[in-house]
Ligand binder design. Structure first.
Ligand code: PEP
Length: 253
């Protein structure tokens, strides 16, 4: 059975107080309104992880993720946060390969592979992001581009490691732009990703892999996106900063 997931990526937003009230609101709304079998993930900035984690501890639908993890195990890497540190404060998931990390922090495919391996070894579940820029889609090379991203980072995982990951398809032209991929565009890419994964790993594992859509997902378009055969939920940026919108997206399955 494929896990349904809605994950909110808060990025570099919210003060400590704002973060605590946001998560309390989400926690209450999820308790009151969400009946189905859905995993809700919140991804606050590093300094808030422990406090946010404590607030959602009693809610078995709510889970904690980090926005990044070091590719190194430990040692003299000023400013970095290791997988074991995240694990030790109750983090379960970690976003790896977000286009903003690839673009602004020059994270390459090999680095992303190393991050995934270390994270999995510590018992974390990577949410591996992939997705093409607008010029690749305009040139009709989007399948090739995303296929290569999977090949370069994901294909080196073992079958056991692959079972621990979630994939998020996030077309870069749709992130934070208000321009969503149509449900058809998203579905065909998700089906393609699943097909590629079934060539790299065993077919059952690929079938069971949760593949999220990300890119200007909101309460108005989530239902149609989530109804697609190969779309198992969403990775939500802007709309995850508003408890009402985020909860409405969670209720869109
Ligand atoms: C994201 O950055 O992961 C994202 C999907 O952002 P937004 O929902 O704001 O487009």
């Amino acid at each position: 059975m494929r896990k349904k997931i809605v994950a909110g990526n808060w990025k570099m937003n919210k003060t400590y107080e704002e973060a605590l009230s946001l998560v309390s609101e989400i926690d209450n709304m999820v308790k009151d309104e969400v009946n189905g079998d859905v995993t809700v993930i919140v991804t606050p900035p590093f300094p808030y992880l422990q406090s946010v984690g404590k607030l959602v501890q009693g809610n078995d639908k709510m889970h904690l993720a980090a926005q990044n993890v070091s590719e190194y195990e430990s040692g003299a890497y000023t400013g970095e946060v290791s997988a074991s540190m995240l694990k030790s404060v109750g983090v379960e998931y970690v976003i790896i390969g977000h286009s903003e990390r690839r673009l602004y922090h020059h994270e390459d495919a090999q680095t992303l592979y190393k991050k995934m391996k270390l994270a999995i070894a510590q018992g974390l579940k990577p949410i591996f992001c992939c997705g093409e820029p607008l010029e690749e889609r305009d040139a009709d090379r989007h399948f090739e581009y995303v296929g290569q991203q999977l090949k370069d980072s994901v294909s080196y995982l073992s079958n056991e490691e692959f079972n621990q990951i979630v994939v998020a398809y996030e077309p870069i032209w749709a992130i934070g732009t208000g321009k969503t991929a149509s449900s058809q565009q998203a579905q065909e890419m998700h089906a393609y990703i699943r097909e590629q994964l079934s060539r790299m790993f065993d077919a059952e594992a690929a079938f069971n892999c949760t593949i999220l859509y990300g890119g200007s997902c909101n309460p108005g378009n989530a239902q149609e996106l989530f109804a697609q055969e190969d779309i198992d939920g969403g990775l939500i940026g802007g709309a995850s900063l508003k408890s009402r919108d985020f909860t409405d997206i969670i209720k869109s399955f």
